[in-house]
Design a protein around this ligand. Sequence first.
Ligand SMILES: *[C@@H]1O[C@H](CO)[C@@H](O)[C@H](O)[C@H]1NC(C)=O
Ligand SMILES: *[C@@H]1O[C@H](CO)[C@@H](O)[C@H](O)[C@H]1NC(C)=O
Length: 359
Amino acid sequence: MMLVLALVLLLQLACLALGLPQNGAFYINGNSNGNGHGNGEYYNGVKLHIEAQEERLFAYRGENVTLSCRYRYEPPANGSRKVRVKWSKLNMDFTKESDVMVAIGLRHRSFGEFKERVYLQQAQERDVSLVITDVRLEDYGKYKCEVIDGLEDESAIVELELRGVVFPYQPHHGRYQLNFHDAKQACEGQDAMIASFEQLFQAWEEGLDWCNAGWLGDGSVQYPITAPRGPCGGKDNSAGVRNYGQRHKHLHRYDVFCFASTLKGQVYFRRHPLKYNYEEAGRACQDDGGEIAKVGQLYAAWKFLKFDRCEAGWVADGSVRYSVVFPRPKCGPPEPGVRTFGFPRKEMKKFGVYCFKMN
Ligand SMILES: *[C@@H]1O[C@H](CO)[C@@H](O)[C@H](O)[C@H]1NC(C)=O
Ligand SMILES: *[C@@H]1O[C@H](CO)[C@@H](O)[C@H](O)[C@H]1NC(C)=O
């Protein structure tokens, strides 16, 4: 035991001496500070502290958000020292981090999906808050704000959530057909993203009840039950989000829970006295300068724009749906919701169409 401890210590010391990354943390070589003081000595007794926004931040898709983060020295240090700031994003199952932005002084670099879309706010000295412009669905998640000054390396986590709506999704070939990778693609194809557990949980709290199991972004398979009943995991079980645990991402097949957020456009209904088949429906929207609405867009319109239309219309995946905000007789079940007639044959000339147009 002692031997192991000693070895670990030795290893850490060796890392420190060599300036190698420890525990995967970002580490900076040599003396990057502009004031000419070396590492260590100057810092005797001065501790770096970092403070980040503690509550979760809620954003709408397309808006600009600021993830707050600042640092200070204890006791207060003089002058402006050059620090390295690194923002990274944790993936959905927290096994990986990806770089968002790295900055030293005025130099900075952003990466991947965040390229040219993020900057440091720097409203005040030692403010290293990150501004994300034009927030996208996949920006949702936990971010790590890290400040590195010589040997000191402090970090804090900020959580960004999106306002949105969770919907269960089944493709045209029926129930339980999607492996994890298909599931992700199915959501993306509908202007949505595979939902996280937190998003599904929140939807459950708001009343979502669905008796088919679906993939979530962390690779688990779950389903939300608000009214326990026999065929849905048993009457005797309490309400809750039922969890099948992690499933095999290639071999196992389920439905999926998708997450759609606010729209930068509008959804509307078009009809024709002779009705449309699927192909005519798509053309009708194009003729109008739009496109046939995706399932996620219909849900977003239902949730955020109170879109209410009690008429069956084609949507992009070949399903026929309608959106009810104010339930009334002859408009399906007594709860509000987006209803589906499933996937009729595409030649059926029997429906209107839901179109989407950018603002
Ligand atoms: C977001 O920030 C960018 C760049 O700073 C700006 O051009 C844009 O108008 C902002 N968008 C909104 C919705 O405020
Ligand atoms: C920092 O500044 C204060 C007052 O401005 C001074 O009293 C103190 O000696 C300075 N400390 C260092 C480490 O330079």
